[in-house]
Design a protein around this ligand. Structure first.
Ligand code: PEP
Ligand code: MN
Length: 337
């Protein structure tokens, strides 16, 4: 049950609802929004539903939770979640561009890419030290050395960075370096990993599982939220369908649907969805047009030599051209960049 308080509800009226829930053995999750407070009641729903919540002072309405997720739903929080990463906003009317190499390969490769994406206007650097590869013989990433290089790039170019964490045992390590932890498509349903990132303080970028429904995806976000970390944003990165012409099928419909179902920001990854360089700009334009909160783009100074995902990486010059397009679209659509 979600108990929505009236905009003018007093502290005492809010506390009375919280106390009443405690009396019947239920937990109250209080979310104080800009206009009104919303209380999520967790416990035996049969008991909760029988009480006349709407008769209590200050209560506007009591809404039964019909969905399997609750705290990440719009019913629980009407206002958009806005995440601050070192002065850069994600959500709430900003269009945030994350860019960088798929994997950190060397200091030279990373520094050249970071310099170029910063100059072109990216606000967050991407680059992985741990790579989830289909083949166990493929390059798996530089591990902690990769995180150290990312931290050097952050210092040099004043760019916070996001890096993937693959294993619960590495959460503390990645969290000690990265500004944002990423859960990749293959781990979206790894519930112990989700809970672990929910117990550390850095924001979490949660990519959609390539076979996950929107409801399954939001339930994955709920696992993180429930542990206390509410700084979560989603990335649509393409799903597997009967169509094999592109690496994945970008589900652009997911963006407005997620916006109506959840208050969490949602970005689009035009690189891992299309899987080909020439698809990145058209899919990025679709993302901003459909109302996404940002994009994450693979960029590499020499894609032909890339150890991972070279076919989808933009050259720095191509990325700069894409940023020019994004800037003009952002001004027409009323986004802050
Ligand atoms: C990535 O962003 O580098 C990545 C591995 O993406 P995904 O988990 O979406 O495949
Ligand atoms: Mn990749």
């Amino acid at each position: 049950m979600i108990i929505v308080m009236r905009p003018q509800a007093s502290k005492d009226e809010i506390n009375a609802v919280v106390d009443r829930l405690a009396e019947i053995g239920c937990e109250a999750h209080v979310s104080a929004g800009q206009t009104r407070t919303v209380i999520g009641a967790v416990g035996d729903h049969l008991v909760i539903q029988t009480l006349p919540w709407e008769a209590m002072a200050g209560v506007e309405r009591a809404v039964p939770v019909l969905k399997s997720f609750r705290f990440v739903s719009r019913d629980f929080q009407a206002e958009d979640t806005v995440i601050d990463v070192d002065g850069t906003s994600i959500g709430g009317g900003s269009f945030t561009v994350v860019a960088g190499p798929c994997a950190v390969e060397s200091s030279d490769q990373l520094m050249r890419t970071a310099e170029a994406v910063k100059k072109a206007g990216a606000r967050i650097l991407r680059g992985d030290a741990f790579k989830p590869r289909t083949s166990p013989y493929a390059f798996q990433g530089l591990g902690e050395e990769g995180l150290q290089l990312l931290a050097e790039a952050r210092e040099e170019f004043e760019l916070p960075f996001v890096a993937e964490v693959l294993d619960s045992r590495d959460v503390a390590l990645v969290s000690s370096y990265a500004d944002i932890l990423r859960i990749g498509t293959r781990n979206m349903s790894n519930y112990t990993l989700l809970a672990e990132v929910g117990r550390q303080p850095k924001p979490v970028m949660l990519k959609r599982g390539f076979t996950a429904t929107l409801e399954e995806w939001l339930n994955a976000a709920e696992y993180v939220y429930k542990e206390g970390n509410h700084q979560i944003f989603l990335v649509e990165r393409g799903i597997r369908t009967f169509e094999t012409a592109a690496r994945n099928t970008l589900d652009i419909t997911a963006v407005p649907l997620i916006k109506s179902m959840s208050h969490l920001p949602i970005m689009v990854d035009p690189s891992h969805s299309g899987g080909r360089r020439e698809l990145v700009a058209p899919l990025a334009r679709a993302a901003i047009a459909v109302g996404a909160d940002g994009i994450m783009v693979d960029v590499h100074p020499a894609p032909d030599t890339a150890k991972v995902d070279g076919a989808q990486a933009l050259l720095p010059t191509e990325f700069a051209e894409l940023m020019d397009t994004i800037r003009s679209m952002a001004s027409v659509l009323g986004y802050h960049l």
